[in-house]
Write a protein of this length. Structure first.
Length: 199
């Protein structure tokens, strides 16, 4: 009899714990590749290296779309979208998101100039908005806020006709949810944690 009572108590405890845990939501993080302001929907590529926040790797497909929080107080600055997911100026390659095929593409680059330690008020910014796409000279200049670097490069000719946002680094966002399609809270990581470091 005593063993039966102990078993029933243990089962009840497990049920209570399970019920309590089911109330918790989850957190995701990724880079924004599209933002429909009128619909309040953010589309992003998630970070497969989320355990190492200093070295994100935005490569989890397919892209995820989530509605921004219904309560404006639960959302930080609106995100800016961009499809440049990675740029290794030392190796001369970039990774972009291709919306037509919904895949990631590796793009070889000829790197022409790298400016490091770029501050918010750096004169080298010259009042420019990035990316700077010069189809006549066949060059692209991008700002990598996380690394405080400006890189000028020449991509293969067939990539020069792509839209400017191909070469823009989208904001990183982190959001909390219970329903995967609806964020309850959303933080713009790029404009908060990195805001003091970026140009």
């Amino acid at each position: 009899m005593r063993s039966r009572i102990c078993f029933l108590l243990a089962a009840a405890l497990v049920s209570l714990l399970a019920a309590g845990c089911s109330g918790f939501g989850r957190v995701e993080q990724g880079q924004v590749i599209a933002y429909d302001r009128s619909a309040g929907v953010v589309t992003l590529i998630r970070d497969s290296n989320y355990r190492d926040p200093a070295h994100p790797r935005f490569d989890v497909l397919p892209p995820v779309s989530v509605r921004v929080p219904r309560d404006p107080k639960e959302m930080g600055p609106e995100p800016e979208a961009g499809r440049l997911l990675a740029l290794d100026w030392k190796a001369g390659r970039a990774v972009i998101f291709d919306p037509a095929s919904e895949s990631l593409k590796q793009v070889p680059l000829t790197v022409l100039e790298v400016l490091t330690n770029v501050a918010r008020d750096d004169a080298r910014l010259g009042g420019r908005r990035f990316p700077v796409l010069d189809r006549q000279s066949g060059t692209v200049t991008v700002l990598l806020p996380r690394w405080r670097v400006i890189v000028t490069f020449r991509p293969p000719e067939e990539y020069l006709g792509l839209p400017e946002d191909t070469w823009k680094v989208g904001d990183e966002v982190r959001y909390y949810y219970k329903d995967p399609e609806q964020a309850l809270r959303m933080m713009n990581v790029s404009k908060t944690e990195l805001g003091g470091k970026s140009a």
